[in-house]
Design a protein around this ligand. Structure first.
Ligand SMILES: [Zn+2]
Length: 84
């Protein structure tokens, strides 16, 4: 599985992206993949709620903890949206 740092086909932001499993011409960032409406039907989602890739980018320990907390909160919100 190749990971790119490119423009997401869904939101248009430059981010870490992977090729979507359902749509072969779509590259998707973690945020869009996790909030995708097709995620429940998707046999093999390319992104999972994990923070390792993001943690590496943070150089300042204090800021890193803060960033992880915010990110986990965001993931929690996405998870709730998925259920509704
Ligand atoms: Zn995106």
């Amino acid at each position: 599985m190749t990971i790119y740092w490119e423009r997401c086909s869904i939101c248009g932001n430059y981010n870490l992206v992977k090729q979507c499993t359902i749509y072969q011409d779509v590259i998707v960032c973690p945020h869009c993949c996790l909030s995708c409406v097709k995620r429940r039907e998707c046999s093999k989602p390319v992104w999972f709620p994990e923070i390792k890739l993001f943690a590496k980018r943070e150089a300042i320990p204090g800021k890193r903890r803060e960033a992880e907390k915010v990110f986990m909160e965001l993931l929690g919100m996405l998870g709730e949206e998925e259920k509704s």
